[in-house]
Write a protein that binds this ligand. Structure first.
Ligand code: MSP
Length: 512
């Protein structure tokens, strides 16, 4: 093994059903996890759900059931969606897990013992939706912005974790580690937030108001603030066979939870406990739906990924989100864009290439991949033999640009389709004098499919397996360097072609 790689995603609130934004993040991380596996890293990949907190308690109350039952039911829904999407974490995190609760309490106790936690009374405005006290600074034109939902005036004694003592150290760390946050412009946003003194983070909620949480070890009348509970998951589930893997190589999060949660609270918790910081925060943008912000408070804006997975298959959704979103920026989802990608890139380009190639090998060479060693190769053949695509792919993934990695692969697909047009094997097949030339062309095309099965496996794992099955190759996943050109299929018998991306029949769209 070429070392190890540990990556995480945010864990989703289970107060309502998963949407496209949640699915994107998990697919993105799964893509990187599969990539790391293909370069022979021993991967630890965590994703899962954030089950405690007021929002979950309220949703359960609305349905008249216990929060634990509600959370378990919702968690299963998230897990099923991710499973259907081929997202394969090493462990599906649930914050109701007993071991996690123990670690959260241990961390709190340690901070308390070190004098990092204070108890004080606070009076002020409280956002029920965001589960936090607000400051006057947060008012816009005298009003509380909509993101805070219902805001009430209240007075409460609570436990606090003062952040200010760590601000300077954190700023220094960010300055000295320019690659800590990707993309770079998010770093400036965080440094901007750190230019002002930091307050004390309220890390408790009185049990009387919120029972659905982890009790504080030093006062059981209080439960832990949901973020102090949730962030700890990255550590409490970071073990492989009982051995801690730390720090994470990459933590994937959305732009809304960088400041302050992952950019301030999280590193300061770690600094205070003397635990190493994660090596990188990868911050992605938001999906909009036909131009509208996807938000739980606007039911119409929500894109439920499940019907798309059911109708078009998991890889269609995986491909769409990875290809369309420039990591870090926002992207827009619409049925039209989705269907264009599906029909064009997947059906007409990749699907057709596989089908045409296999049909020709079956028709002209009885399914046996010809050997072309020592034959004269024409200029057109060189483009298909080139290994440049593997380098481009790797570079793009290393630069956190899955869309460019897929673009490089699809340029390769386009070259192969053009090659068929240019060399016209269907014409050569009619002329016995062209038999050796036809061998070269079919051999190169078979090899191209084999290489493609490797190049698409991180993004489209199901498709990769279908291509391999049709080629009658052993199942993957393969090492990425197996995408390099070789002549390994000579004499190999391929299977019959099958449709990988069936055309969309004219029927109501998946979103309706
Ligand atoms: N539970 C917290 C995270 C705790 S991590 C220790 C949370 N949950 S969430 O369900 O609201 O969001 C989970 C992830 O989904 C976040 O990274 C968030 O940015 C992401 N997304 C939520 N809506 C999104 C879009 N519309 N588009 C892309 N990602 C979005 O925050």
């Amino acid at each position: 093994m070429a070392g190890s790689y540990f990556l995480t995603t945010a864990i989703d609130y289970v107060n309502s059903a998963p949407h496209l934004g949640h699915a994107y993040e998990k697919v993105l991380a799964d893509f990187f996890a599969r990539h790391q596996q293909s370069i022979e890293r021993d991967v630890l990949f965590l994703t899962g759900v954030d089950e405690h907190g007021q929002k979950v308690q309220q949703s359960a109350q609305r349905e008249g059931i216990e929060p634990g039952i509600f959370a378990a039911r919702m968690s299963a829904q998230f897990q099923k969606l991710y499973d259907n999407l081929g997202v394969k974490p090493s462990c599906f995190v649930r914050t109701t897990d007993a071991h996690h609760k123990t670690i959260v309490r241990e961390w709190l106790q340690k901070l308390h013992d070190r004098g990092e936690i204070i108890f004080k009374e606070h009076a002020g405005f409280y956002s029920v939706r965001q589960e936090q006290f607000l400051t006057e600074k947060e008012r816009v034109d005298g009003q509380w912005p909509e993101i805070f939902g219902e805001v009430i005036e209240t007075k409460e004694s609570n436990y606090y974790f003062p952040l200010e003592p760590y601000r300077e150290r954190l700023v220094k760390y960010i300055q000295e580690n320019p690659e800590w946050i990707v993309p770079a412009f998010r770093r400036n946003e965080l440094l901007g937030a750190l230019a002002e003194p930091l307050g004390d983070l309220c890390i408790s909620r009185p049990k009387l108001r919120l029972a659905w949480g982890i009790p504080l070890p030093f006062n059981e009348d209080y439960v832990t603030y949901v973020w102090f509970d949730a962030l700890v998951n990255y550590y409490s589930f970071a073990s492989v066979k009982g051995t801690l893997r730390w720090p994470p190589d990459m933590q994937t999060i959305g732009k809304d939870i960088l400041v302050p949660q992952h950019g301030i609270y999280w590193p300061i918790m770690l600094l205070a406990l003397g635990i190493e910081l994660p090596k990188r925060l990868l911050v992605h943008g938001f999906w909009t739906n036909s131009g509208a912000k996807i938000s739980k408070s606007n039911a119409k804006s929500l894109v439920d990924p499940a019907p798309y997975v059911e109708k078009f298959g998991p890889d269609a959704l995986r491909y769409f989100v990875l290809r369309e979103m420039v990591l870090g920026q926002d992207a827009d989802f619409s049925d039209e864009r989705f269907e264009t990608r599906y029909t064009g890139d997947l059906g007409k380009k990749l699907g057709n290439l596989v089908q045409r190639t296999l049909s020709m090998i079956n028709s002209y060479r009885a399914g046996v991949v010809p050997n072309y060693d020592g034959f004269h190769l024409a200029e057109a053949d060189a483009a298909l033999r080139s290994d440049a695509v593997v380098d481009e792919y790797k570079r793009a993934v290393e630069q956190f640009a899955p869309h460019l990695a897929l673009q490089a692969v699809w340029e390769f697909v386009a070259r192969a389709n053009e090659y068929i047009e240019q060399t016209a094997p269907f014409k050569l097949a009619k002329d016995p004098a062209q038999s050796k030339r036809l061998d070269v062309i079919l051999g190169l095309l078979a090899e191209t499919l084999r290489r493609l099965s490797v190049l698409v496996q991180a993004a489209l794992p199901f498709t990769a397996e279908k291509i391999r099955a049709q080629l009658q190759l052993p199942p993957g996943p393969a090492r990425l360097d197996e995408a390099l050109f070789g002549n390994s299929l000579r004499g190999h018998v391929v299977g019959k072609p099958g449709v990988i991306f069936p055309p969309i029949e004219k029927q109501p769209s998946a979103g309706t």
